[in-house]
Structures are given as C-alpha cells and as structure tokens.
Write a protein that binds this ligand. Structure first.
Ligand SMILES: CC(C)(COP(=O)(O)OP(=O)(O)OC[C@H]1O[C@@H](n2cnc3c(N)ncnc32)[C@H](O)[C@@H]1OP(=O)(O)O)[C@@H](O)C(=O)NCCC(=O)NCCS
Length: 247
C-alpha cells in the first residue's frame, strides 16, 4: 500500500472548490489539552461526553469534538466555541450557514476529519481487530460482487481486504448521510490490494459511480481508512494535527 504523507498544516488555511483536506488526529492528548477542548463544546456535546463509562473513551470524544471545532474555526476565522452545527434526521452533522462540508470518524486512538466545499463527503477509520469473523460479516453487509471479490483473494489478503471494503462502504454511506436507508447492497466498491480504490457501481443510477472519488487513507499501522467525496480530479491535502503546536 502507498504510504500517505501527512504534513504539517500552514498557519492560514484556505480551501478552494477542488480542495479536499483530510486531517489525521491522534486522540491521546495531555490533560490540559483535553480541558481546553472541553471548554469549547456545546451543552449537547458535553452531555454526550458525560455518558461515556470509561474515562479514555470520554477523553477521546472530547478531543475529537474539540479539535474538530478548532480546525473548522481556523477555516472560518472564528473561535471554536462559536460554531453552530445542525444534524439531519440520520444524525449527520453539518455547519449552519456555511459552504464548508465536513465529516468525522474516530476509532481507537485516531480520528479523521475530512473537509471540502459544496460536495458531499464521508470518511471512515477503523482499528483493525484481529480474529473477527470477516467471512460471516461480509455475507451480511457486503454486496454480492464484493463478497465474490473478497473470496477470490488468497486467504492471507482477506482480512486487510475486508477492512478496506468496510471503510470504503462506510465512507460512501457517510457521504450520502442517510445511514442505512441507503442499502448496503445498492453499491459496489473495489477491495483487492492490486486494484485502485473506486466506486464500481451504484444501483439503479448507472451514471452515479463515475461522479465519485474513493480514496484509501493510510492512517497508521493496524488502522484502515477511506474517504468518499463527490467529484473527480480533486486536490487532496493531508494534514497532521499533532505535528503543530496549538494555542
Ligand atoms: C452513524 C454512523 C456514522 C456510524 O459510524 P461509525 O463507524 O460507528 O462511527 P464513525 O466514527 O465513523 O463516525 C461517527 C461520526 O460520524 C458523524 N455522523 C453521525 N451520523 C452520521 C450520518 N448519518 N452520516 C454521516 N456521518 C454521520 C458524526 O460526526 C459522528 O461523530 P460523533 O458520534 O462523535 O458525533 C453510520 O455510518 C452508520 O450507522 N453506519 C452503518 C453501519 C454499518 O452497518 N456499516 C456497514 C458498512 S459495510
């Protein structure tokens, strides 16, 4: 797999229509950074944070949401606590009164935040768990073409391909933002290690797949990641949140 190059972001962030920015965020922050993040959350986010049983999960949630606010605040030139979000009926959050589109995913010690303008966008990161019954899960969640492609691979490639497929499907579902009312059987993604990432087909609209870009994201060892975004010939920029000093 290609090694993604996550770089340090510039001080001033400017996004143009072909830009797709993806931020990699390591969530294990120092206590003072967690406190800072916490101070910017809405009452609703604070209530959600308080519901976690384990302090580590709570801190990861606070970090992900606080850093999302800090990053988006940098694009929009406003303070993190000033941002207002709304959610659609399926829970997908969006900014009120802004062309900026974003999507967040978190798993294990990492979060990914994808940002663009005027395009549907979805992102997914999954910590790779060993020993899961990938064959059984694939039969339940993947399309027929995806199951066939998975089974055509040598055994030693199947676990990685399973997570590849899972994250690509999840990224596309998240981009559409209507949860599982978009049937998992209604679209096919590529999953073989020697094939480019692509949305192979969307049913019933045969034109739809060609309008999308799917991109794998190499987050860290033992993590799988993927991005789905409307449009082609886009300019991807990968920023590493933790490589900068944040004030
Ligand atoms: C709700 C859903 C986003 C869950 O995704 P997940 O993998 O558990 O979680 P992620 O960390 O990737 O994403 C969660 C974030 O996505 C955003 N989100 C929530 N609902 C969303 C939706 N309907 N669409 C897009 N994004 C959504 C939120 O920012 C959320 O963060 P928060 O919970 O901290 O507020 C949704 O994708 C879902 O239910 N998917 C179906 C699950 C499934 O069966 N997948 C099979 C794939 S093969």
């Amino acid at each position: 797999m290609q090694q993604d190059n996550w770089t340090s972001p510039p001080d001033s962030l400017h996004i143009e229509s072909r830009h797709v920015d993806v931020w990699r965020i390591f969530l294990n922050l120092q206590a003072d950074s967690i406190k800072l993040a916490e101070s910017t959350l809405s009452a609703d986010e604070a209530q959600r944070a308080a519901r976690f049983h384990f302090p580590k999960d709570r801190d990861h949630f606070v970090a992900a949401h606080g850093i999302l606010r800090q990053i988006i605040g940098r694009y929009l030139h406003c303070k993190p606590g000033e941002l207002t979000f709304s959610v659609n009926q399926y829970g997908k959050p969006s900014l009120v009164d802004s062309k900026l589109e974003f999507n967040l995913s978190h798993s294990g010690d990492f979060a990914l935040l994808a940002i663009t303008q005027n395009r549907k966008i979805g992102v997914d990161v999954e910590r790779v768990r060993q020993g899961i019954s990938s064959h059984v899960i694939a039969q339940q969640y993947f399309s027929k073409a995806e199951v066939a492609e998975l089974q055509s691979l040598p055994m030693e490639q199947r676990e990685a391909a399973f997570f590849t497929c899972w994250t690509r499907k999840e990224a596309y579902i998240k981009a559409q933002g209507i949860g599982l009312s978009l049937p998992l059987e209604s679209f096919d993604v590529s999953l073989s290690p020697n094939e480019p990432a692509m949305l192979r087909a969307v049913r019933p609209d045969s034109q739809e797949a060609a309008r999308w870009t799917l991109r794998p994201l190499d987050v860290a060892p033992n993590y799988a990641g993927a991005l789905a975004v409307e449009g082609i010939d886009l300019d991807f920029r990968l920023w590493d949140w933790n490589s900068t000093v944040h004030v």
